[in-house]
Design a protein around this ligand. Structure first.
Ligand code: HH2
Length: 275
């Protein structure tokens, strides 16, 4: 199985590590650390050296309660970092909800568009369909402003699965082939700790949707609740969560701590090969 990702064709036989670059002043995990272009580019280069298979550059925090960012400001944050990294040897994803920025990012060489609203913005599907970029379709209940106030489901796995299956169908109808599609249950996006744990236990079920499966648990609040630690101290818990996600079927893990995750996956890969 492969993922078509711009000019890259990524094998999904081994788990892939997507390294997060937040060019934001307010991200929950690393807000402000890489908010200017030079720092963000230096961080992105470091993640590539540490073995990231994909970079994910974002210019708008989606943490619970985050304020929306204007297009102009998000563009100013994201595009220079993207331009600096397009020839780094790894595909670069742009994490955005804005169709206009999707278009501009694709024009500047983005290989993937990662949209926490699963391309539901006006004309988002049209923005991404013509180029051979990969698209990440993520589930979210509500919006970042209010999503953690009272998340509720009858059956979280079934409801997330039904939503993603509908988005995959719409993407295919818009001309996006299966080998360009990534699905993501959206850990922490309108979910309680119990919902997240249930999704993690049943992650393998989302493989039947046909796309590559991505899991983003890195440093998230659920790990804080389980360990009592603040985001920068959630590295060990994040590595454990990434390993569990891969064990339960994830093809791609979206992480802040690339080196630590790579080490854990090296062990996982070695044991898997023996089997
Ligand atoms: N999580 C975050 C942002 N984008 N995209 C996908 N596909 N899946 C995720 O789980 C996901 C995502 C939140 O993490 P982070 O980027 O570190 O924080 P912030 O949104 O505050 O910038």
């Amino acid at each position: 199985m492969f993922l078509q990702c711009g000019r890259f064709r990524l094998s999904l036989e081994r788990p892939l590590v997507m390294g997060v670059v937040n060019v934001t002043p307010d991200s929950f995990s690393d807000g402000g650390l890489y908010a200017d272009t030079l720092r963000a580019v230096a961080h992105a280069r470091r993640l590539v050296e540490e073995g990231a298979d994909i970079l994910d550059i974002g210019g708008e925090s989606t943490r619970p309660g985050a304020a929306p960012v204007a297009l102009e400001e998000e563009r100013r944050r994201v595009l220079p970092v993207l331009e600096a990294m397009v020839s780094s040897g790894v595909p670069v994803s742009v994490d955005t909800r804005k169709p206009q920025l999707m278009r501009e990012a694709i024009g500047a060489g983005a290989a993937m568009i990662n949209d926490v609203t699963a391309l539901s913005g006006p004309a988002a599907l049209d923005a991404v369909a013509p180029a051979p970029v990969a698209v990440c379709l993520m589930h979210m209940q509500g919006d970042p402003g209010t999503m953690q106030l009272n998340p509720s489901y009858q059956d979280v796995v079934a409801e997330v699965s039904e939503f993603l299956s509908g988005r995959v169908a719409l993407a295919e109808r818009a001309g996006i082939a299966r080998d360009r599609i990534v699905v993501d249950p959206g850990f922490g996006f309108g979910k309680t700790v119990e919902h997240n744990l249930e999704l993690l236990r049943s992650l393998g079920e989302f493989r039947s949707l046909g796309g590559a499966l991505l899991a983003g648990l890195s440093r998230k609040a659920m790990l804080g609740k389980l360990t009592g630690r603040e985001p920068p101290e959630r590295v060990h818990a994040s590595v454990a969560a990434a390993l569990l996600a891969v064990q339960n079927g994830a093809h791609i893990v979206r992480v802040h701590d690339v080196a630590a995750t790579r080490d854990a996956l090296a062990v996982w890969n070695a044991v898997k090969r023996q089997n």
